[in-house]
Design a binder for this molecule. Structure first.
Ligand SMILES: [Zn+2]
Length: 134
């Protein structure tokens, strides 16, 4: 079975990267709940965090604050939510571990389920902007 996130990692599918290190990457969600919605993922394919070692789960979460901070600075968001779903019944759509960073804005509602479809150029511009703050 192919995995959309593994395809993004291998370059077979377009991704707008914010951050990369040896074991992790962060990129913009193509279907953002709010402007700047990003995903942090391990390079290794695991469906759930319970399939990873505790140490690797810790490392994955440890890079979230600096990415969230950069997103807030670049977007001017007021707050952010984190989400990490494990399993289809938990609304995990892509079966590759990922942490959602969802910026929140004072002047907008916070509807969890409403998603937009972004244009590739918009995502490219935004990812460059956020990268400058990391
Ligand atoms: Zn994968």
């Amino acid at each position: 079975m192919t995995c959309i996130f593994c395809d993004i990692l291998s370059g077979d599918r377009e991704g707008h990267f914010l951050y990369e290190d040896e074991n992790h990457v962060a990129f913009l969600d193509k279907y953002p709940i709010d402007h700047g919605h990003s995903l942090v993922i391990p390079r290794n394919h695991h469906e759930r965090i319970t399939e990873m070692t505790s140490e690797n789960v810790g490392k994955l979460f440890s890079i979230v604050p600096k990415i969230a901070k950069a997103i807030l600075e670049a977007t001017g968001a007021d707050a952010f939510s984190l989400a990490q779903n494990n399993g289809r019944e938990a609304k995990q759509i892509i079966p590759h571990v990922h942490i959602h960073i969802i910026p929140r804005y004072k002047n907008k509602g916070t509807i969890w389920t409403k998603r937009e479809i972004s244009k590739s150029e918009e995502l490219e511009e935004l990812s460059k902007k956020i990268k400058n703050f990391i």
